[in-house]
Design a protein around this ligand. Sequence first.
Ligand code: UD1
Length: 418
Amino acid sequence: MDKILIEGQKPLSGSVKISGAKNAVLPIMTAALMAKGKSVITRVPDLRDTKTMIRLMEIVGAKCTFDSGRLEIDGSTVNNPEAPYDLVKTMRASFYVLGPLLARFGTVKVSLPGGCAWGPRPVDFHLKGLEKLGAKITLESGYILAEAKRLKGTEISFEFPSVGATGNIAMAAVTAEGRTIIINAACEPEIVQLCEYLNDMGANINGIGTMRLVIDGVDSLHSADVDIIPDRIEAGTFLTAGALLGEITLEDIIPQHLDLVLLKLREAGCRILTTTNSVTISPADSIQPVDMTTAVYPGFPTDLQAQWVALMSLAKGSSMITDTVYHDRFSHVPELNRFGANIKLENNTAFVPGVNELIGAPVMSTDIRASASLIVAGLAAKGTTEVSRIYHIDRGYEQIEEKFRSLGANIQRKNSSA
Ligand code: UD1
């Protein structure tokens, strides 16, 4: 298994292009299955998760070609509305095929995702929402079977906003009979882009970007093309590294998607300059401690919580970081403590004392964002860090070592058989 080797404390400088957003492209790929035609998706990041989703597209019968960030999906041959356990267990986002395939075929079979490194991660909102739209849901040998001749519009109110459930239900509802209203809808930029894409395919969704989506059902969708928005989480990860290691510029981004993150980085003492499509960060002379609580968009993203903990571990003072979205998402804490960070965990809050320096160590990745936080910590730590189980990082970051190397970091991939 590959590892990432880092010689830390090399200053960073220069600029880096941010890739297309993983969490936008995955649901958009499944939306493309609803049309009997060819959709072209550009700025598709070359990630393990995108490749897993391409495999799933092919299993359901779509034809895909992927080359240099351009993905063509031909939905005219889709004929097998089933997502097998082998794929869903490696990538929960496979569950996104549930709504689109049910809408198109009136029946779909998708493996129930199990738990994951951040706790139980239920899918009850997805299932209750589909039931309200008139689907019959049964569980058969670990698979969800959903059936409905044609879904019927209704009002669906989520207890709190869920990104996945909003996307899945919106995709199911666009061709339902009549009007569907989703209350407490997620407002994440990735869901906004999904809804805009569905409208480009002929859907009729109003209230996009608000917590109340109004969807008037149409008979069918046609194919459409889309350019994926930049990945605000990849951008936020590079910003935490810049905050510690040198002035860097992120290009091809949408700074508004990072409003709160930029505000918090300024509070930590960093200087930030934005243009319409770039951000330049200059590190603080000393990082000030800044408390953080994650929340749904436009709050601070749970997907940047681990990287923020890594940044705060080098602050001049103590901070408290609470995850309200995923209470168990702290597997990076014991690994960061291997660098000497001395973080204490109580329920869903990390108490980060802030230390003068981190010392490189062998550490282990446990999920995508935890891995990113270990890389940020390794870049800032004195000496050598070896990050193992890096297949997690490959799920969500395109060419992360190449990008950091281009900024001056000493980071490489080591093939363990070498
Ligand atoms: C998506 C993102 C993930 C991000 C998360 C929160 C993708 C592919 N993944 O995951 O990177 O960390 O949003 O921003 O876009 N919940 C329920 N029942 C449900 C669904 C969710 O209780 O049926 C709960 C979850 O346990 C969690 C909260 O709702 O506490 C938010 O989860 P959700 O927004 O659904 O996350 P995902 O869509 O799985």
